[in-house]
Design a protein around this ligand. Structure first.
Ligand code: P1T
Length: 379
């Protein structure tokens, strides 16, 4: 089945009771048993729920995996991956990543004796120098949030396989429409389904997809034992969102390109971070591992100061100043004071998250309106 068909049908079956085309929302905590242990496959909704199951099958299908898991948020999905580890284990992570992921790693899991190395992964040799007998997991975000760095998933997976490590890729920015990390050698794909998969800024949700049965069993155990599952109503909404993922992504990519090119040509703009430019340091890798370049664009102004950036985001009228990304509507954010405020200033500035950086989630409105809005806001 091709990807554009999978978004609609992947892993889905018509409801057995009445043939409903969309999966029913099984708003139930528990399921009748005729004798103890004799049930129809469902016992208790933390463990399994048919609506969540339909979504998990869809996640697995989209990522070309065998097993999908849905969680109450993207962070809950990351949390489940980290619970595979033990005190003393070490993780090598990209140094430019969502602030909440960094916060989970450093403020929660460091307290449990797990050590994190945050490193630049554009140069693959850099990774090997941090690997020791204690290393268990490599955590990659690509494109990174918010600097739009591209990490070569296949090259990192060669390293992780050589050293028998797990490789997890946060595929939130790209979505499986643009890139499928399992096909490039990753062991775990993670999503904040809050973003493009849900697509309508109305659900907070996370997902994981794997191929290996024993890894899936360990993650299902954690999902049930720790309990950070999503509800059936939210599972339904994300399933509905996924049905238009491919169509929305085409427009996000088209509009993202138009916005990036407009900003690049503007006399007041200093740097535009978007992997579609030939001048992007990893453009060739982006071209080979992604189908297109996505709808996320970050930029700085020549004024290069906090006040100028704040003035621009406040002036915007169609772009809404808000956290999050990946919905049909365009959003603008100021990472230093919003999504990445939990990263110490000196740490974030090392990776380029300076006070003048603005991040855009380019939506699927008419691109002429988006460009006109940016034009009036930048002045
Ligand atoms: O918000 P939540 O669904 O828990 O997902 C966390 C998360 C994980 N990974 C990436 C790459 C993300 O961007 C996020 C959430 N990001 C934002 C809310 C944001 O505005 O960047």
């Amino acid at each position: 089945m091709k990807f554009n068909t999978k978004t609609i049908h992947g892993g889905q079956q018509h409801d057995v009771a009445y043939g409903s085309v969309m999966p029913p929302i099984y708003q139930t905590t528990t399921y009748a048993q005729s004798t103890p242990g004799n049930h129809k496959g469902y016992e208790y909704s933390r463990t399994h729920n048919p609506t969540r199951h339909a979504l998990e099958q869809s996640f697995a299908s989209l990522e070309d995996g065998n097993y999908g898991l849905a969680f109450g948020s993207g962070i809950a999905a990351i949390d489940a991956v980290l619970k595979l580890l033990k005190p003393g284990d070490e993780v090598i992570s990209t140094n430019d990543l969502y602030g909440g992921t960094y916060r989970l790693f450093t403020k929660i899991y460091e307290n449990f004796g797990i050590k994190f190395h945050f490193i630049g992964m554009r140069n693959i040799d850099n990774i090997e120098s941090f690997i020791s007998a204690k290393t268990k997991l490599i955590w990659v975000e690509t494109p990174t949030n918010p600097m739009m760095n591209i990490i070569d998933i296949k090259a990192v997976s060669d390293v992780s396989k050589k050293h028998n490590l797990l490789l997890a890729v946060d595929n939130t920015f790209a979505t499986p429409y643009l890139q499928q990390p399992l096909n490039l050698g990753a062991d775990i794909v993670m999503h904040s389904a809050t973003k493009y998969l849900g697509g309508h800024s109305d659900v907070v949700m996370g997902g994981l997809v794997v191929r290996d049965k024993s890894l899936a069993d360990r993650l299902y155990f954690i999902q049930n034992a720790s309990g950070a599952i999503c509800g059936p109503q939210d599972a339904f909404l994300v399933l509905r969102g996924i049905k238009t993922l491919h169509v929305r992504m085409q427009r996000h990519c088209e509009n993202g390109r138009a916005v990036a090119e407009f900003l690049q040509s503007h006399s007041k703009i200093k740097n535009v971070y978007w992997p579609g430019f030939e001048s992007h340091p990893n453009h060739e890798i982006a071209k080979s591992q992604m189908k297109d370049f996505g709808g996320m664009v970050s930029f700085t102004t020549k004024e290069s100061n906090f006040d100028e950036a704040i003035k621009i985001v406040e002036n915007l009228k169609i772009f809404t100043l808000a956290e999050s990304l990946g919905g049909v509507e365009s959003l603008a954010g100021h990472p230093a004071s919003m999504t990445h405020a939990s990263i110490p200033k000196d740490e974030r500035e090392k990776t380029g998250v300076v006070d003048s950086l603005i991040r855009l989630s380019v939506g699927i409105e008419d691109k002429a309106d988006l460009i006109a809005d940016l034009k009036q806001a930048i002045g």
